[in-house]
Structures are given as C-alpha cells and as structure tokens.
Design a protein around this ligand. Structure first.
Ligand SMILES: [Zn+2]
Length: 280
C-alpha cells in the first residue's frame, strides 16, 4: 500500500499539466475572439493585421533572419515584429504576424523586465517542436485569422480532396497547411492531416471524430506520400487507400478505405496528406 502511494507521489502530474496547457490555449483563443468582436469582423477581409499591430504600437518589418521565421522585440509598450524575407507565401506571412501579435496580446514576456528593457523572442510558427508558449501563439493566430464563428460552416463538408481546405485558404488568406489544420480541428468529418518528411510520418493532427492511431513510421507503399519520396511526384487527384496504409494494425476498422489527397511543401522536402474516412 505504502509502495503504491510512493509510486503515485513520484508520478509526474501529467493530467494537471495537460489541463493547465488546455486552459492557456483556451485563453489564447478567447483573446483572439475578443479582437474579432472588438473589430466587428463579419467577413475574412475585415481581419486587418496592419491595423491590429498599429493599435498595439507594433511596427512590422521584413528582414533577413537567421534560424527563425519571425521575431518579436518588445520594449515597454512598443513592439517590433520582424518577418523573415525568406517567407514568401502570403498565408505564411500573415500567420507569422498573427502569431507575434498573439505573443504581445497574451503577454508572453520572458522573465520579469523593466519598462525600458528589450524582450526578444525568435519564432518558427507552426513548427511542431515548439514550446508550449509557441503553441499558444499558434492557437491565437489560427483563431484570429480563421475565427470559429466565420470558418465553422466552411468545415462542414466531406474532404474528398483539398478543395474545402483550399477554399478556406483563399477566403481567409491563410496557407494550405494552416487551413488544413484548422479544418480538421472544427469539422465533424473523420479526417486527419499527416505531415511526412524524408519518408517518415512526423506528426498527425486528427479531427475529434477520427479515432484511429496514425503511428510515426515510414510511409507505406500505395500512399501519395510514398510516391513523392520514391518518385518525386504525387499526382493531382485524391486516391483511395486501405486503412492499413496509414493506421496502426490495432486500430478499429483498419481495413476501411481512406481517401488521401497530398501536396508537397515547397523547399522543405516534406508532404502533407489530408486523410478522410467516410462513415460507411
Ligand atoms: Zn512565437
């Protein structure tokens, strides 16, 4: 009995920590929705990042940055947002600016500083290896650029292809990857985004109704991702593959067909696939 208590005491408070992180991400979403309400946004075109930055006394610049996509420097109530000139996709630029606005609004200061001390943060938005604070800024950016009240209806469709994701990307001025991640977050459909690099699954983001386990392993023959790493081409259309191509053999309904539509990430040697598992 005592040994059990001791083991329990040594066990890290994982659940409590997860709940704390969940709460901080909810606060990030609430901050973004507050901006949405305050600006009276009724159309994606109303989300004016320059105007939001100006109101926060933040200047936006484009410079050559080493080892990061974006940087934010805060001195007292002033800030400077710097975006790497290597980022050329408009959607990625907007996401990076929104991410840095998130750091400013959510007061992600590094330690305690005086009113004239400069605080600097280097960022790589949407990079899966980021810290919890980076994740919170990403959550803020997704909510600011694709506000739940506006984007939810765009996610209520079956993603046989990237078309619904590309429609969001085009309307909200976001990258296809960020739009796909937002889509799977809000859709009732069973789908997932899987990011693969050098022939291996790096990470997967699943919709709430997608319960299958997608292991981090080499991509299987037959998948569009495999074709890219093997032959350098993906093909334009989506394809239907057996569930075993992507799911663990222990998953439920592992033989059920999965629609896969994949696209390459230019310059990174990576592919992300949108998977959709129909109801029947
Ligand atoms: Zn950041």
């Amino acid at each position: 009995m005592r040994a059990e208590r001791d083991r329990a005491a040594r066990k890290p408070p994982r659940k409590a920590k997860d709940k704390g992180q969940e709460l901080r991400e909810e606060i990030s979403k609430a901050a973004a929705l507050h901006v949405f309400t305050r600006l009276g946004v009724t159309d994606p075109a109303d989300i004016d990042l320059d105007a939001i930055a100006a109101e926060l006394n933040a200047e936006i610049r484009f410079e050559d940055l080493e080892g990061a996509t974006a940087r934010v420097i805060q001195i007292g109530d002033r800030a400077r947002i710097i975006i790497s000139t290597r980022v050329v996709d408009v959607g990625a630029i907007r996401f990076s600016i929104a991410h840095e606005i998130g750091h400013i609004l959510c007061k992600h200061y590094v330690g305690h500083t005086g009113p004239t001390d400069a605080v600097e943060r280097l960022c790589s938005p949407l990079h899966s290896g980021g810290t919890t604070t980076e994740r919170e800024a990403d959550v803020f950016a997704a909510e600011l650029l694709m506000p739940r009240p506006l984007v939810t209806s765009w996610c209520a469709v079956a993603p046989l292809t990237f078309d619904p994701v590309r429609a969001i990307s085009s309307a909200f001025g976001t990258s296809v990857l960020a739009s796909a991640m937002r889509f799977v977050e809000l859709t009732p459909e069973r789908c997932a985004v899987v990011y693969t690099k050098q022939g291996r699954v790096q990470w997967a983001k699943k919709s709430p109704s997608f319960t299958g386990w997608i292991p981090k392993r080499s991509v299987a023959p037959g998948s569009a991702a495999f074709d890219y790493f093997e032959r350098g081409s993906i093909g334009e259309s989506s394809r239907i593959v057996p569930g075993t191509t992507w799911l663990s053999s222990k998953a439920e309904r592992v033989d059920a067909p999965i629609y896969e539509h994949a696209t390459a990430v230019p310059g990174l040697g990576a592919v992300f696939s949108l998977l959709w598992m129909p109801e029947s």
